[in-house]
Design a protein around this ligand. Structure first.
Ligand code: TPP
Ligand code: SF4
Length: 366
């Protein structure tokens, strides 16, 4: 992303330069198969069908949602073909940055009904496609944490219980980003956001974070995963396994949001990595095809120091949730002049440790 100007130092206007570069890019052939490494899943983006989310998206510079959407499209279209997919979008940043009139950056059919009923809408589409002999088409529902954890939770739960072959992508920014960053049940305890301000009486969010991943695993036979774009192979593998799963699959993606997390435009990848390393957002995959027990089904592969409470920095010091909180503006008011964290942030850290220990227990590690 760059500011546009009529005359850059080279004498060319920014838009003309971009038009020239894109025309050159489009004139190039696809990378030959011999130069793509099947084991390095990042090479999916070199595929002939990888671009299902193209120019015209109107997200903020560096938005973490846009990257995950692009990766999910690539992993689906490259495996199933360019006409293989449809999207039901729940209202949120994903619908706003993807429907900037007169453009729609998706190359596949896309619909937006409401904020809270994407899964219900998708159930109707799935049944009609199956009737018409299109059971092989992949159907995805995209929505934010406000939509999926809160307002549309019932609709999501119904979809998962139905057993139908529908895939769900939860874009978890931990706030209602599109309407200005109100607290959701995915927000961390102590996080400062709209409706959970830091003031005299209250210091950020009071409640604990709701763990949608654990709730969905409890539904029984659904594929569930927590992913982050910084762990490229893990994310692509989860999307491919979700697409191949003969039933409902829900991918919950950690998606940094610049204005609401208080981070810089180029920080999405770094902050997602820190969120994983600090147990703020552990990675996991839960695949019922692996066996009957929770321990067989749940894998924590992809997290650092899987058997420990916390991971370590290269110098041997502990990297915990408070260390992560120090790096983002949304927790800034919880540190005093000497950098000492508040009681609320310590409670939030205990909540993150507890979530991690439950996942370890379920995976048979603890
Ligand atoms: C029933 C209903 N209530 C409120 C709104 C207004 N609204 C539109 S988007 C949005 C927030 C979306 O937040 P989230 O689902 O977390 O997605 P994000 O924007 O963070 O990606 C709200 C409250 C609405 N469209 N419909
Ligand atoms: S507000 Fe956040 S989620 Fe929405 S487009 Fe901007 S960076 Fe992305």
């Amino acid at each position: 992303m760059a500011d546009k100007c009529d005359c850059e130092p080279s004498g060319e206007c920014t838009l003309d330069r971009y038009r020239r570069d894109i025309a050159f890019y489009k004139s190039l052939p696809t990378t030959p198969v011999a130069y793509r490494n099947e084991k390095a899943l990042a090479d999916i983006m070199l595929g002939e069908h990888a671009f299902g989310f193209v120019g015209g998206g109107g997200s903020c510079s560096g938005c973490g949602e846009g990257t995950v959407v692009r990766m999910v499209m690539a992993a689906t279209l490259q495996v199933y073909g360019p006409q293989s997919m449809g999207i039901v979008a729940e209202t949120g940043c994903n619908t706003v940055f993807a429907s900037t009139y007169p453009y729609n950056p998706f190359t596949v059919p896309w619909t937006n009904s409401l904020f809270e009923n994407g899964p219900a809408d998708a159930l109707g589409i799935r049944l009609r496609w199956d009737q018409a002999g299109h059971a092989d088409r992949r159907l995805w529902v995209f929505g934010g944490d406000g939509a999926m954890y809160d307002i549309g939770f019932q609709s999501l739960s119904r979809l998962v219980a139905s057993g139908h072959d529908i895939k769900v992508l939860v874009l978890d920014t931990g706030v209602y980003s599109n309407t200005g960053g109100q607290t959701s049940t995915a927000s961390f305890t102590a996080q400062v956001s709209k409706l959970s301000a830091y003031g005299k009486a209250e210091h950020g969010k009071q409640e604990k974070r709701k763990e949608l991943g654990r709730i969905l695993m409890a539904h029984g036979d659904a594929y569930v995963a927590q992913v982050a774009a910084c762990n490229i192979n893990h994310l692509y593998k989860a999307v491919m396994d979700a697409n191949a799963y003969p039933g409902p699959a829900v991918i919950i993606a950690y998606t940094p949001c610049m204005p609401e997390h208080g981070i810089a435009d180029d920080a999405a990848n770094r902050q997602a990595k820190l969120a994983v390393e600090s147990r703020a957002f552990p990675l996991f995959t839960y695949d019922p095809r692996r066996g009957d027990s929770l321990a067989e089904r749940l894998s924590l592969q992809g997290n650092p120091a899987v058997k420990e409470d916390w991971s370590k920095n290269p110098d041997g010091t502990t990297f915990d949730f408070i260390s992560f909180a120090r790096t983002e503006g949304r927790f800034r008011q919880h540190f005093d002049a000497e950098g000492k964290p508040s009681h609320e942030l310590e409670a939030s850290q205990e909540d993150r440790a507890h979530d991690w220990r439950i996942l370890q227990e379920m995976a048979g590690i603890r």
